[in-house]
Ligand binder design. Structure first.
Ligand code: 5GP
Ligand code: MG
Ligand code: MG
Length: 184
């Protein structure tokens, strides 16, 4: 979907398609070097991470495996509570594996900090994080991100896998929604 086709619904484009792809290429280069000779497993967190997984994984120069999890953070309203429920678990045995979690965005950090601990407890050799976006000011817990795309302001964003009511995931850019969309 071209951002021009929904420009009335977007308040501001924060990261263009080109900026995102360029940054992902740099991250992929770093990942390829860091994991050379290792058997890397990419773990994507559904559904938001589908785009970053598709683009980042194809820019990585070493062979990788891919698996997916779906989790839900309980809690009131739209805020993450840190209580996480697994909706779809991995198919892969993590014992001795080098795992790189691929995420769309780090907001409170609660989901990821829970996930890192959960995957480490399965006997992974290493568990690291690659995330396209981070809202630094929203952090409730510190999460070590090995590979980060961009720090963004503490606003609700859509695009590049991120939705509002399941819409806007297919935008190639990251944008702030116009308030009138929420108020509808
Ligand atoms: P957490 O607060 O646990 O770090 O974030 C959990 C999840 O909430 C993220 O992986 C992402 O799917 C969703 N999320 C956080 N911030 C935003 C945002 O600005 N826009 C959208 N669409 N989803 C978000
Ligand atoms: Mg996510
Ligand atoms: Mg969502």
């Amino acid at each position: 979907m071209d951002p021009r086709d929904c420009k009335d619904e977007l308040a501001e484009i924060l990261i263009t398609e080109e900026e995102m792809q360029e940054r992902l290429a740099e991250m992929a280069q770093q990942i390829s070097a860091d994991y050379a000779g290792k058997n890397l497993l990419l773990v994507g967190v559904l559904k938001g991470a589908i785009m970053v997984m598709a683009d980042l994984s194809r820019k990585i120069a070493i062979p990788v495996e891919m698996d997916w999890m779906a989790v839900s953070s309980y809690g009131s309203g739209t805020k993450s509570s840190g209580v996480v429920r697994i909706l779809k678990d991995l198919d892969t045995d993590l014992a001795g594996r080098h795992v790189l979690i691929v995420e769309d965005i780090i907001d409170s950090g609660l989901t990821l900090s829970w996930l890192v601990r959960n995957l480490e407890n399965r006997g992974a050799a290493s568990v690291k994080i690659a995330a396209a976006l981070r809202k630094k000011e929203a952090a409730k817990v510190e999460v070590d991100v090995e590979y980060l795309g961009f720090d963004i302001p503490n606003d609700f964003v859509v695009g590049y896998g991120l939705d509002y009511a399941e819409k806007y995931r297919t935008l190639p850019c990251v944008a702030k929604l116009s308030p009138h969309v929420y108020e509808k």
